[in-house]
Write a protein that binds this ligand. Structure first.
Ligand code: ATP
Length: 375
């Protein structure tokens, strides 16, 4: 049985439908990340789970129990917020103990549980301090300790790392995973940062405009995006998208447009027959463009694009190269795209036109109108 089941959840605020038919399940020890752009309904979904907002329609179940009408304090939830919700007049000890005391936990349990939770996050030497005497990272660990000390039915995180600098954020991600592995409780983690989602989620639900676009593991979303939104949202640098049209070419198919003509892999021919002469978006991840001599497949004239190098950014594993397609024959402006190479590209490439092999077995195709994946 799933630990948490959300079925067709809707939240209507006056004019605004913030959550528009959201459904998902969470297994007992699973961490589900809700990720999406600002305003897509992530926080509202979390607040509905916590009982902080009444639902307009739909069902939320903890195990088999319908909790729609259950008060927040009776749902047994531990929450970690962006601003940590730490009480300023209480010491670190009292802050961590707060959730336990409000549930009438025996005193002895509080006395041992609080320092143990604080030790997990390396703040056991700060128990007597007040929040104003702590750094941002330390405050964040107070909030995590407060969640740690509880034995909640559901753990909810709302952008808990957004006030931390990059270094602390990596440490805090580890801390959150520590807490999750210790507790093995269903967890929902909200963020707008797709790299954080990829790092933390057992599964990730990508949201846009109040709806879940796709749920899956990071690899499923990256390798098999269900639509254009997911393809573009997941992955840095972003996927390259080209406006093309599918055309018949002998027994096979090609995509044509943006000054390019590329053969589609024979394995997709059958599926795409009915899309001949229809507009599509071709999606190519930056790492599926290769310098011909480094390509793990045969590069021919047919599967090559030419790009003028605008910018080369060295990265730890190679280079990120920003290019534009050369001007079309009619003088129309070339489209920009980006490629990542496993080799360092010398800066003498700047302003040069270079050939790049496209790994046509790895490309994505989307319906230009609906955005749905065609593969
Ligand atoms: P962010 O990442 O910016 O926090 P979010 O994905 O968490 O965004 P929500 O906070 O859930 O988004 O908001 C979803 C939409 O609902 C937004 O358009 C927001 O303005 C609207 N909204 C949220 N709360 C209310 C409210 N109490 N009354 C009216 N509209 C609201």
């Amino acid at each position: 049985m799933n630990a948490i089941t959300v079925d067709n959840l809707v939240k209507q605020f006056a004019e605004k439908r913030a959550v528009d038919g959201v459904s998902f399940e969470i297994a007992a020890g699973e961490l589900l990340v809700l990720v999406g752009p600002s305003g897509c309904g992530k926080t509202t979904t979390l607040r509905l789970l916590a009982g902080l907002e009444p639902v307009t329609s739909g069902e939320i179940r903890f195990g088999e129990r319908l909790v729609n009408e259950i008060r927040p304090r009776d749902r047994n939830i531990a929450m970690v917020f962006q601003d940590y919700a730490i009480l300023p007049h209480m010491t670190v000890f009292e802050n961590i103990a707060y959730g336990l005391r409000s549930r009438r936990t025996p005193r002895a349990e509080v006395r041992t549980g609080v320092p143990a939770a604080a030790a997990t996050f390396r703040i056991d030497h700060l128990l007597a301090r007040k929040p104003r005497q702590l750094s941002g990272g330390e405050r964040q660990r107070v909030a995590l300790s407060r969640a740690m000390v509880r034995d909640a039915a559901l753990y909810l995180y709302d952008e808990p790392l957004s006030n931390l600098d990059a270094q602390l954020r990596y440490q805090a991600r580890e801390d959150i995973l520590t807490l999750h592995r210790e507790k093995r409780r269903p967890t929902v983690y909200v963020t707008h940062d797709q790299s954080e989602a990829m790092a933390l989620g057992d599964r990730i639900a990508v949201m846009n405009a109040g709806r879940i676009q796709q749920i899956g593991t990071g690899a499923q979303l990256y390798d098999h995006p269900a639509n254009l939104f997911v393809a573009y949202f997941i992955g840095t640098p972003s996927i390259n998208l080209f406006d093309m049209v599918v055309r018949g070419d002998g027994d096979g198919l090609v995509v044509e447009g943006a000054g390019l003509r590329l053969p589609l892999d024979p394995s997709v021919t059958e599926r795409l027959r009915r899309h001949v002469d229809r507009p599509v978006k071709l999606g190519v991840r930056p790492e599926h463009l290769h310098v011909p001599r480094m390509a793990p497949f045969e590069v021919t004239e047919d599967n090559t694009v030419h790009g003028v190098v605008n910018l080369v950014e060295p990265t730890s594993s190679g280079s990120t190269v920003y290019l534009s397609l050369p001007e079309g024959p009619g003088g129309e402006e070339g489209q920009d795209f980006v490629a990542t190479f496993k080799v360092r590209v010398p800066s003498s490439y700047l302003d040069q036109e270079i050939p790049l092999g496209v790994d046509m077995a790895k490309v994505h195709l989307f319906d230009a109108e609906s955005g749905a994946s065609l593969l």
